[in-house]
Design a protein around this ligand. Sequence first.
Ligand code: HEM
Length: 206
Amino acid sequence: MAWIKPFTWIKLLVFALSLIPAGRLVVGLFTGGLGANPVEFITHTTGTFALVFLMITLAVTPLRRLTGYGSLIRLRRMLGLFAFFYTVLHLSTFVVLDHFFDPAAILQDVFKRPYITAGSVGFLLMVPLAATSTAGMIRRLGGRRWQQLHRLVYFSAIAGVVHFLWLVKADLREPLIFAGVLAVLLSYRIAVWRNAPWAKKRAGRT
Ligand code: HEM
């Protein structure tokens, strides 16, 4: 195994760790470990991890610039695809387990319940990002256009946080933590665009 490069090990480790929430759901499904309301449990787990992976993906560039550890960029695509993976599982739970593929009921929810509308926007914004995540698509679009398109990730994250804030009825703590993290990441981005010297430190290509 010595021929595998050290960073490949890190990538494999991050990949395995990222699969743990999905693995726990699969095990829970077969062992009855998803509590009294399994559909709710799956919806909450997949929704939460969709947002967690979005935040981690957005944190890669600032961490890379601030630490100078350039290789972190090589984890970004995989982390972004995990955000998409958990969102697809989340959406599938809604379509299959909540609404049993009933298009009328699904569309009624999408247009009548604002938090579902916000979630749908968040998901739709992720689709072009996942579809253009391959090296071939980056080449075909050209680096600059690809980067511009991938700024949509910020809007997807905003829609995801709004979705969470909107659906919570009493305890706002969890969605507010996500909102705070996103505010910090967005402020950093804005500082880079406005050429703030502290944010430009060790600035790289992205
Ligand atoms: C078509 C898209 C989506 C639909 C239909 C949808 C639907 C839902 C539903 C029905 C719930 C449970 C509401 C409740 O407990 O009353 C939920 C919760 C949640 N969703 Fe979504 N969602 C969508 C997209 C997203 C996206 C894009 C994200 C994040 C990136 C997200 C993150 C969350 C989170 C964090 C929760 C709350 C989890 C918790 O209670 O701990 N959702 N969603």
